[in-house]
Design a protein around this ligand. Structure first.
Ligand SMILES: [Fe+2]
Length: 208
């Protein structure tokens, strides 16, 4: 069990992004971005600009994106739950700003469309109709606690803001490379499919 506690220094969003952009010019490793997010966070008054709240689902709000890396603020109302999903084989880091989140990590044991993983530029075409999944563990994520990550070995999870906590949550997510779609699993119906991911703070996705 990790018990690391960190207290990142709040910095203006421009400075935070400059730092991320600079790191992304070199080799991007899990450790490098992890350490950066333990050292710096976007100051509250700048984050406020990206906040959007909907009553029934989380919102994904773009802060920065280039070819290599994306940074977003996710706002989780009370009771928000993601479906079980993958991260397209990319790396991801989640740092808590307020509230708390439960992350349930899963591993796929088997499915009836393994050949659909043999595709360039994404982890899988999805489309299985029989899926065996194992629940590995559950992580509680809080501000100052260990960061939650996804990587090439741990890519499937579900995130919950439990209703009984009765508290909204905010988290900053960094992905490399940026992720435009992911595989979503419906274990009850025994099927999986690719779902497009969009930002809630823009209609289109212009280059920037
Ligand atoms: Fe995720």
């Amino acid at each position: 069990m990790e018990t690391a506690v960190y207290s990142p220094t709040p910095v203006p969003v421009e400075q935070f992004i400059d730092g991320i952009r600079e790191l992304a010019q070199g080799l991007i490793t899990k450790q490098k971005i992890y350490e950066y997010l333990c050292a710096y966070e976007i100051r509250d008054e700048d984050l406020a600009h990206y906040q959007q709240w909907l009553p029934d689902r989380h919102t994904r709000n773009k802060i920065f994106r280039n070819e290599l890396i994306e940074v977003m603020l996710i706002c989780w109302p009370v009771g928000a739950v993601t479906p079980l999903h993958t991260h397209n084989g990319q790396l991801g880091w989640m740092t808590m700003i307020e509230g708390r989140l439960m992350v349930e990590n899963y591993r796929k044991i088997e499915c009836n469309r393994p050949e659909n993983q043999q595709v360039v530029g994404m982890d899988c075409l999805a489309g299985a109709t029989r899926i065996e999944m194992k629940h590995l563990d559950t992580e509680l994520c809080v501000p100052g606690g260990p960061l939650n990550t996804v990587d090439k070995t741990q890519t499937i999870h579900r995130i919950k803001n439990l209703p009984e906590w009765n508290e909204r949550a905010m988290s900053v997510h960094v992905y490399s490379r940026p992720i435009d779609s992911c595989v979503v699993f419906d274990l009850e119906a025994q099927r999986c499919f690719r779902r497009d991911l969009k930002y809630d703070n823009e209609v289109l996705s212009p280059e920037c």
